[in-house]
Ligand binder design. Sequence first.
Ligand SMILES: Nc1ncnc2c1ncn2[C@@H]1O[C@H](COP(=O)(O)OP(=O)(O)OP(=O)(O)O)[C@@H](O)[C@H]1O
Length: 515
Amino acid sequence: MTSDAIGPRPAPAALAISGLSKSFQGQWALRDVDFELGVGEVHALLGHNGSGKSTLIKILAGYHHPEHGAVATRNDEPFHLGSAAAASEAGLRFIHQDLGVIDELDTAENLRLGQAYQGKWWVSDRRERKAAADALASYGVHLDPGVPLSRLRAADRAMVAIVRALHSGQENSIIVLDEATASLPTEECVLLFDLVKRARDRGASIVWVTHKLHEVFSLADRVTVLRDGRKVATVPVATLDEPQLVELITGRQIENLHPVATAPSSEVILNVQGLTGPGVADASLSVHAGRVLGVTGLNGSGFDDLVHLVFGAAPRSSGEIRVGDSVLPLRHTPAQSIEAGMAFAPADRKTLSGIQSWSLRENMTLPKLRSGPVGWLSARSERRDVAVWLGRLGVVPSDPEALLSSLSGGNQQKVVIARWLRCGARVFLFEEPTAGVDVGAKTAIYEHLAAVVGLGAAVVIASSDIEEVVSVSDRVIVMREGRVVADLSGAALTVDRATAAALHESPAEKELAGQ
Ligand SMILES: Nc1ncnc2c1ncn2[C@@H]1O[C@H](COP(=O)(O)OP(=O)(O)OP(=O)(O)O)[C@@H](O)[C@H]1O
């Protein structure tokens, strides 16, 4: 399927992009791309990492200037490219992963920042809050407008951002959401989907950028797929199935999306007992050589704090951590964990793992393990080895001397994962390893995880994506309120049981309590 499929499409267009092209340093990031967003349509925009999605959005937002191409809004009105003011004037609103909300302010204040309603400085707090509550309620969102955003669920924060965008745009706004659910737990995404559908039904036109295939099928009317900067197809979602969509994105058929096999072993490589520290109380786990342990839960449940504590990125107040035969000291540091053979790729790769102004080679040689396959490489072999790893995970560009900052978000992620995979650790801790990574690269990451598992490493995957954790792990622990509330393996390891345990006391938890 490489051309536009025939099917019903909403008319008229809220946004029509034609022949858009943009290059960076002589390389095309977008090439002759057409894209049409219907009025009252949710249009998903997909493509592998580096396929040009962000570039397209940044052009619409006035951040980049294209070499060629034109954009028209409703009624064929030309849209002045290269100006943030023109984008705003035309009713375009952008919601990025970080949502652009201010956590210290309450909902009413956040809505006021976007001039979401006719708030005036002399309006009393009470009236302002009432106006904010009404604005939210008109989209079916019921929140106390006086509560700071930091105290709301992730989905509520995202909904405040969306309502603000809907209200501050003109009537029939055009909203571009760029991986808005990236940091949302799966079960909260449903709340966001409902809001987006309500907004669409009231005439808003929505561009939904994502790597999550199920979102396309739950939400979108049509999907446009980019590959290597070119449009591959625009297709009504009702005419597609998942394998076809994967093929459009990757250009090939992928049969097993989660290829992690585990190797039989009895040796416990990571053993954690009674771990307590910020966000975690009395957690125990053990991982055998050649095994994958998943750790999951809702945001705020402590599933992510757990891996930070194990690595020594947060201070533990009690509990024991053993890697093989060595016991790590109570106040162990990340350096001591690395020394003991641990690798950790945290979720916040931009601030915690990658140095944007360094080359890919420099970023990939950051962890200095005393032993392991990369310990004693000459500069030339190092360059060659880095290039091999970049090629394995399909990092684009694959030039070891390219700066990390010049890569798309997903490609930066692959570099950080590749860095740890090549360092020859015994215990791999991965937090949200495939968030923001395209479907083809996900498979590549899991293939490489399978390879390290096959070599006898122990892998811990901490992720809020319950489905993925269940499909790649042979055992999953579920956390709630800082405690391990379920330990699932074998026939008991199902998405339903893990989700139920994450949300409330489940049969799995009762079983655990009875053990
Ligand atoms: N500022 C820049 N300087 C140099 N190259 C860039 C710059 N921004 C983007 N590129 C390149 O343009 C191409 C398209 O990148 P873009 O960020 O649009 O991809 P994307 O589809 O959004 O990827 P992801 O899913 O990983 O976020 C990539 O090859 C990227 O390396």
